[in-house]
Design a protein around this ligand. Structure first.
Ligand SMILES: *[C@@H]1O[C@H](CO)[C@@H](O)[C@H](O)[C@H]1NC(C)=O
Ligand SMILES: *[C@@H]1O[C@H](CO)[C@@H](O)[C@H](O)[C@H]1NC(C)=O
Length: 157
């Protein structure tokens, strides 16, 4: 009996790392595939989590920075870390530059019992600064490291 214990632990050590990878359907945080729009966000210094996983089409004028992102439908997301409810329109438009998104149209956040349009986003060190008209809110960029699924679309899209 005494000798079997270390062997059993050794077996467990060998098996556990593999068994934890096989349960794909049980994985609470499946990583959605990155679209070109997400990759482009990264190249402009933004985390991919600013765009939901459901990107269907995307255009960018490299010269002017004008972009449009089609999501195939409206999209509801609970934004980290304060769990504000946000809605994304079917089409998001704006102007992107290194570390700066301006003239943003299509993202609204529910706070203080009202819907607010996010008009711009810029990065500031390790933070993202969300602009709502003249008002800004600052969040650590690492909150947006993963691209969220639209609520209610987890399996259907
Ligand atoms: C993608 O968007 C562009 C610009 O709105 C449009 O011209 C193009 O037809 C769209 N492509 C698809 C596959 O929807
Ligand atoms: C891209 O933007 C530049 C500068 O605003 C403009 O001259 C050009 O026509 C645009 N290209 C397209 C394909 O829209």
């Amino acid at each position: 009996m005494k000798k079997s214990l270390p062997f059993f632990s050794f077996l467990l050590l060998c098996i556990l790392p593999f068994s934890s990878q096989t349960g794909a359907p049980k994985n609470p945080n499946p990583k959605p595939p990155l679209t070109q729009a997400h990759t482009e966000l990264l190249s402009y210094g933004f985390p991919i989590g600013l765009l939901p996983a459901s990107v269907q089409n995307y255009t960018l004028n490299q010269t002017s920075g004008d972009f449009s992102v089609d999501l195939g439908g409206t999209c509801k997301i609970t934004l980290p870390p304060d769990n504000y409810l946000a809605t994304y329109s079917k089409r998001i438009m704006g102007k992107i530059d290194q570390g700066k998104i301006a003239e943003l149209d299509g993202i609204r956040v529910r706070a203080l019992f009202k819907w607010w349009s996010i008009t711009g986003i810029h990065s500031s060190g390790d933070n993202l600064v969300f602009e709502v008209g003249m008002v800004t809110a600052k969040y650590a960029a690492k909150n947006f490291d993963e691209s969220p699924f639209c609520e209610g679309q987890h399996s259907s899209s």
